[in-house]
Design a protein around this ligand. Structure first.
Ligand code: ADP
Ligand code: 5GP
Length: 196
């Protein structure tokens, strides 16, 4: 005979906590492409818009890909504690506005950050429940092809980004999950499943 009596307690399992997901991976691996593909089908997935001191690429719009700021403005964001994390990457600074992330998590929505390895490490320290996802290229040669083929950076900047890529690839084991970007469609589907 069962003595377990449920009185006044809900049989409904507790709601899953909304999660913060960090997507990282070497420059040129396809992070933006995969996220854009996923959000085309699922515009409800909220992606944090970072601040950067990098100049906009052709077609990039203020407040869409980034908030473009100068060095002085970036210094102020740091000084005022407005960034959840920030890092210098290949000669420019990038940071995640703190308030928007916390607001969306508080509203119960999953949050996606697309940031570099240094930023991912900071998030792991400050928000240990975050899930860290690493996007890896099918091969080194393919990564070089994609980064060069994008045609958005000078040869010097490509060299800096490839040097950073070697460090990032060596840190893959720090992440909870690795997705290999062979097919944009497949990875976008896998990423969506991880977010939910
Ligand atoms: P990241 O945001 O990681 O720097 P991008 O999304 O800008 O990288 O992608 C870099 C280049 O690689 C772009 O030209 C993009 O079209 C291409 N690319 C992305 N994913 C794939 C893929 N699965 N197969 C082939 N090319 C890809
Ligand atoms: P890109 O200049 O190609 O847009 O971005 C360069 C690198 O900066 C990428 O690895 C990208 O993920 C990273 N990045 C973009 N926004 C942020 C951010 O807010 N914080 C950190 N730490 N990295 C970022």
């Amino acid at each position: 005979m069962s003595t377990a009596v449920s009185r006044g307690t809900s049989p409904v399992p507790p709601a899953r906590q909304p999660r913060l997901t960090v997507l990282s991976g070497p420059s040129g691996v396809g992070k933006s492409t995969v996220v854009a593909h996923m959000r085309k089908a699922h515009p409800e997935v909220w992606l944090s818009v970072s601040c950067t001191t990098r100049k906009p690429r052709p077609g990039e719009q203020e407040g869409v890909q980034y908030f473009f700021v100068d060095d002085e403005q970036f210094d102020k964001l740091i000084a005022n504690g407005e960034l959840l994390e920030w890092a210098e990457f290949a000669g420019n600074r990038y940071g995640t506005p703190r308030k928007a992330v916390l607001d969306h998590l508080e509203a119960g929505e999953p949050v996606l950050l697309e940031i570099d390895l240094q930023g991912a490490r900071q998030v792991r320290e400050t928000m240990p429940d975050a899930q860290l996802v690493f996007l890896a290229p099918p091969s080194w040669e393919e990564l070089v092809r994609r980064l060069t083929g994008r045609g958005t950076e000078s040869p010097e900047v490509i060299e800096r980004r490839l040097a950073a890529a070697k460090v990032e690839l060596a840190a893959e084991s720090e992440f909870d999950t690795t997705l290999v970007n062979t097919s944009v469609e497949d990875v976008a589907r896998e990423l969506l499943a991880l977010l939910r």
